[in-house]
Ligand binder design. Structure first.
Ligand SMILES: [Fe+2]
Ligand SMILES: [Fe+2]
Length: 205
């Protein structure tokens, strides 16, 4: 496993540590938002599992999606356990404006292009979450929470590589790098436009 921050993430906006300090002022709200993201990440992996490119799933497709989904459910269990032990409650509904805006970039109904976009957006969300877990791990004084965030950093870094790798292995791989470049620019606009708050994908004042 690479040491924290050793790996270069491709992101084109670097979140300042002030973001983590602000988000950690409401740790229960942050854990609730975080739990919902883990749940969404699990369902996204299961959803992608059956979206494999025709005619048959690539060799590592089902295995990769299953492994990601299993990891995310495990993360969800850890986060919700912590939330409840600390007196917090998982809310029923949740909205992630950042992820919704990213999903609007998907070229729906465009066959292989749609799949490329879905994989790249999954990779982007993983990479941004990974960046933010590293910051939270660094900024957090609470040892239990710091351990959680530092532990998740490595797992989400692995997921980012899985999704990007699957996209690059598609038969349409020649179009993937250009689309990745466009998406990295779009992601900067979206993450910096988010309002501040105790959320994994919030902005700064
Ligand atoms: Fe996760
Ligand atoms: Fe993940």
């Amino acid at each position: 496993m690479a040491a924290m921050n050793d790996e270069k993430l491709p992101l084109r906006y670097v979140t300042p540590i002030a973001w983590a300090n602000a988000a950690l002022t409401e740790p229960l709200a942050l854990l609730n938002d975080h739990a919902h993201l883990e749940k969404k990440a699990a369902t996204n992996a299961l959803e992608l599992l059956s979206r494999w490119p025709e005619p048959v799933p690539p060799e590592n497709w089902v295995q990769s999606m299953t492994a990601v989904a299993r990891d995310e459910v495990e993360h969800l269990a850890v986060v919700t356990r912590l939330l409840s032990r600390r007196g917090g409650k998982l809310t029923r509904s949740h909205h992630n404006a950042y992820a919704s805006a990213l999903h609007k970039l998907v070229r729906r109904g465009k066959g292989p292009d749609e799949l490329v976009d879905r994989l790249l957006i999954s990779a982007l969300i993983e990479a941004r979450s990974c960046e933010r877990f590293a910051l939270l791990g660094e900024a957090c004084d609470d040892r239990e929470l710091a351990k959680l965030y530092k532990g998740l950093w490595a797992s989400e870094a692995g997921h980012y590589r899985v999704f990007l790798g699957l996209a690059r292995d598609l038969p349409e791989a020649h179009r993937v790098d250009q689309r990745w470049d466009e998406m990295l620019d779009e992601e900067v606009k979206l993450i910096t436009a988010q309002p501040p708050g105790a959320k994994m994908h919030s902005g700064l004042h």
